[in-house]
Design a protein around this ligand. Structure first.
Ligand code: NOJ
Ligand code: CA
Length: 674
């Protein structure tokens, strides 16, 4: 009944047009205070967003500049407008929830140029209770066939000042530390950009379903400091997007919530993607993995062959044995194939020839025998044409050996020269890889990827990706400061899962210090991880990834009681709740898998005590609480390994009080007692 009234109310507002070049319509969210207004004023379209009385986005521009300075942003008349209420519940193959509710009111506007070639452009808005998305649609038409977008004019005119969380609008890398400035301090940013506005709302601007288009960066308008404009990543010739009607842009998304935690719980980005295109998803399995990996980043091993080669048959067998005896699903092996001598030229990789000391067939057979998956690796060095030339045989080889997950990499300048990681040409490439992998029944973990925009709803074999300044930076740079991971859930992770690769136990990277000093020309002095051990465990709950790595070398996990947490923690969830958070300070998340709950809490460089009622547990039921917290003397700089493990029995009427050390955290399992 409530929905019926909403539909009638929408129809009334949408219907009040008198003059076709002037029109205004508003659409409310199905629940809550959010309202979208669309306006056509003397033929110029724009939009605005309110939450109750608060202006979240002031009137903001829409439209395009096509080749030849041809404006598609004015001179329109309204041809049609429709509204719709939609509600569905759908189940992902894996996720932060076992089901998602996709509930929105939509407004679809059909505009036509009043003169000239009378081109058609449609706008579709979907308004949810936690934000909205909109996209442009160009129907097949006589006046518009092939076209070139030189500029998308979409703007986001922020309604009030506030604090912005952003990384630079780099066209080739998202591996930056997050900046925190006033909104007007953003010059150019990659999305998601998250804003804590002075009016009390938290807003995140991003995109959904980036399919055949350039990635969107945002830049500050020259004279209006609160107007962020879309700046698309170009092709080498300056064109931003090559298109042909019928054509749809990705969704421009504005998530809008009162508490930052609601951003983490939002399904908006996924809901704006199409349902799964993979009919039989039985082969898609969330997995925990270890790998021959950290040793290369530390400089203890090499990717290329030689006396310190990491990927030897013998070491791979040791990793497989370790995985089999510790409930770890899979083993990644990097540096197994020839070509690493010229990594950044990338022209020597054929993705099928193993180094002489790595017997791929034997290792794959051994993994199968032990019930462990092997994760394959394709580092392209950015040489995309070479990868495309070999990709069929590379996937076919893996498939023939029963290898059903591949980590890809694009560490290097994209070739052909002038193309960028985040431009349309690469968006097409990244998607082609996911689709081809699906044909071969292979799951993908992409590094140096395009940003996540929720396409895993459509292609659930697109498991996880990097696109973040991940753990590896701690091995060879000044590292990631303690606050870094307290920002990620509210920014980068809004797009989707993150292959951050947590789980370093040798926090100070001490074990191989002598070898490292001898073997690498880099200054390894002081390179280390900037957390406590308890925080490493907490990251498994905080940083969702359906392929989740235990990143340290296996010798650092032997005889470590803390590793039992990694063995047990699930990598896909039935339910997710943010207990409390302040972006850049701390975050505590509880996630349910079956009857059991897991909690992860992390803090920045400040210690703090947090407390939570356990009222999300089932009533009148006892739970065994196994907690891994910072020990009394813990401090990420001086005593990172001081860990306290304890067991208690609790019920829903108890509460938890937890102290987290500087750079610390805690992880807990709440296991229902049968
Ligand atoms: C960068 C990736 O992020 C890392 O995980 C990988 O080990 C190297 N490239 C080599 O492919
Ligand atoms: Ca990387």
């Amino acid at each position: 009944m409530k929905n019926l009234w909403i539909i009638i109310a929408i129809l009334l507002t949408a219907g009040c047009s008198r003059h076709p070049s002037h029109f205004e319509a508003s659409v409310p969210a199905p629940d809550g205070p959010i309202m979208l207004s669309f306006r056509l004023s003397e033929g110029v379209p724009s939009y605005m967003i309110y939450a109750g009385q608060e202006v979240i986005l002031d009137w903001s521009p829409l439209g395009f500049i096509l080749e030849g300075n041809d404006s598609l942003a004015a001179g329109f008349v309204l041809e049609d407008s429709r509204t719709l209420t939609f509600r569905e519940v759908w189940q992902p193959v894996w996720g932060q929830f076992s089901s998602y509710i996709n509930h929105y009111n939509s407004l679809r506007i059909r505009l036509r140029e009043a003169s000239g070639s009378r081109r058609l452009m449609e706008m579709e808005f979907r308004v949810f209770s936690d934000g909205l998305g909109f996209r442009y649609i160009f129907p097949e038409q006589e006046g518009l066939g092939d076209f070139r977008i030189m500029d998308e004019l979409t703007g986001f005119h922020i309604g009030s000042e506030g604090r912005a969380w952003w990384i630079p609008g780099d066209w080739d890398s998202y591996e930056h530390l997050w900046r925190s400035t006033p909104v007007a301090g953003i010059d150019s940013a990659n999305t998601p950009v998250t804003l804590e506005l002075d009016n009390g709302y938290t807003v995140a601007i991003h995109e959904a379903a980036l399919t055949d288009y350039a990635g969107m960066t945002l830049r500050r308008h020259e004279t209006k400091p609160l107007l962020l404009e879309c700046a698309l990543v170009p092709w080498p010739d300056g064109v931003k997007v090559y298109g042909q009607t019928p054509f749809m842009t990705p969704w421009r998304t504005i998530q809008l919530v009162k508490e930052p935690g609601a951003l983490v719980e939002s399904g908006l980005i996924l809901n704006l993607n199409e349902p799964s295109r993979i009919a039989d998803v039985s082969w898609i399995r969330p997995m925990k993995y270890i790998g021959i990996w950290w040793g290369m980043h530390l400089g203890v091993y090499t990717w290329h062959a030689g006396h310190r080669h990491g990927a030897t048959t013998e070491r791979a067998r040791q990793y497989i044995d370790f995985a089999a005896s510790h409930d770890i699903d899979a083993v990644l092996v990097e540096g197994w194939n020839t070509g690493w001598e010229s990594w950044f030229r990338g022209d020597q990789f054929d993705f099928v020839t193993p180094y002489p000391d790595f017997d791929l067939r034997e290792v794959a057979a051994y993994a199968r025998e032990k019930g462990v998956s092997l994760i394959g690796h394709h580092e392209t060095g950015g040489q995309v044409p070479i990868y495309e030339k070999h990709i069929d045989s590379a996937f076919a080889l893996y498939r023939s050996l029963g290898i059903d997950a591949v980590k890809t990499g694009y560490a290097g300048m994209i070739r052909p020269e002038g193309q960028h990681h985040h431009g349309q040409w690469m968006v097409r490439h990244y998607r082609m890889v996911v689709e081809k992998a699906a044909e071969h029944r292979i799951m993908i973990d992409a590094h140096e990827p395009i940003k996540p925009t929720g396409i895993s709803r459509t292609w659930p074999n697109m498991m996880t990706r990097e696109g973040v300044r991940g753990m590896e930076w701690n091995a060879w740079s000044e590292g990631n400061p303690p606050e870094h991971t307290t920002i990620l859930p509210f920014t980068r992770m809004l797009g989707g899962p993150l292959d951050y690769t947590p789980g370093i136990f040798d926090i100070r990277c001490e074990r191989y210090q002598a070898e490292r000093k001898k073997s690498t020309s880099r200054d390894v002095e002081g390179t280390r991880v900037h957390t406590t051990l308890a925080k490493q465990l907490a990251l498994y709950v905080v940083l969702f990834s359906p392929l989740q790595m235990a990143a340290d070398m296996i010798e650092n996990y032997e005889n470590q009681p803390a590793f039992a947490f990694i063995e047990r923690v699930p990598v896909t969830w039935d339910e997710t709740r943010v207990l409390d958070a302040a972006i850049g300070d701390f975050v505590c998340i509880a996630r349910r898998s079956g009857n059991d709950w897991y909690i992860g809490g992390i803090t920045d460089e400040r210690e703090r005590t947090v407390g939570y009622a356990l009222d999300f547990l089932r009533q009148n039921q006892e739970y065994r609480l196994l907690s891994y917290g910072d020990g009394e003397g813990a401090d990420y700089e001086t005593h990172p390994l001081d860990l306290m493990i304890r067991e208690d029995v609790v019920t829903a009427s108890d509460s938890l009080k937890i102290w987290m050390a500087r750079g610390g955290g805690f992880a807990a399992i709440l296991e229902r007692i049968k």
